[in-house]
Design a protein around this ligand. Structure first.
Ligand code: DX5
Ligand code: ZN
Length: 222
């Protein structure tokens, strides 16, 4: 399967957001990863509905919205409305969503993909009941909260274990990884079994997005 590259717009230059979206689209991004943080679940406050509405007006690649907020179930529908036709999916953090079953169904009932993310120290066995219901599982490879952090090496083995679980199960949600992924470590996590790779500073921190994405793809295919 062709791996899905999702640059995280949080690392883009917000003074020229529309240009950055156009540049990353032309550079071959499959999705745009949108990091929503509320200053409660994580020690950072990033972007909300108005920015997603603005992104939608730039005719972006499909929007992959990562909700790192308390009570995400209260906001997922609002983000679906804000993203309009540009929506791909909404990913909820397992650690903050008490009403997971209902929240996943509510997202999917809108024809939108639903994902569940787990933080580095959250074991994969908590996903046992979730796996058959979701379209994607996001393994955080850094502690949620900030771009530019160092990839946690032990997450490679965690992804391999989840890969095995999913390969042996009937329903096959995608595995996404997020945090600290750059050109020099993307092959490791891709070989471990990731289907979709988020990269923020690893792409927007480079001078030529198209070259970086092309190199990332050839790394993964090597
Ligand atoms: C962290 C976010 C990540 C982050 C990725 O909480 O979920 O998406 O912005 O940025 P890099 O790739 O720079 O770690
Ligand atoms: Zn993210």
């Amino acid at each position: 399967m062709r791996k899905i590259i999702a640059p995280s717009i949080l690392s883009a230059d917000f003074t020229k957001l529309a240009d950055e979206v156009a540049a990353i689209k032309n550079a071959g991004a499959d999705w745009i990863h949108v990091d929503v943080m509320d200053g409660h679940f994580v020690h950072n406050l990033t972007l909300g509905i108005p920015i997603v509405e603005a992104l939608q007006r730039t005719n972006p690649p499909p929007l992959d919205i990562h909700l790192q907020i308390d009570k995400p179930e209260s906001f997922s529908e609002k983000f679906i409305d804000a993203a309009g036709d540009s929506i791909h999916g909404i990913t909820l953090q397992y650690e903050t969503c008490a009403l997971l079953h209902g929240s996943i169904s509510a997202i999917q009932s809108r024809g939108v993909k639903a994902g569940v993310a787990i933080s580095p120290m959250t074991p994969i066995y908590v996903l046992e009941e979730v796996l058959d219901n979701v379209d994607m599982v996001l393994i955080m490879t850094v502690e949620p909260g900030f771009p530019g952090q160092k990839f946690i090496a032990s997450m490679e083995e965690k992804v391999s274990r989840l890969r095995e679980v999913i390969d042996n199960s009937e329903h096959k949600p995608l595995i996404q990884v997020d945090g600290g992924i750059k050109l020099d470590n993307i092959k490791i996590i891709s070989d471990a079994g990731a289907d979709s790779i988020v990269s923020g500073s690893g792409i927007f921190g480079t001078s030529d997005y198209a070259e970086t994405i092309a190199k990332m793809r050839s790394e993964m295919e090597s």
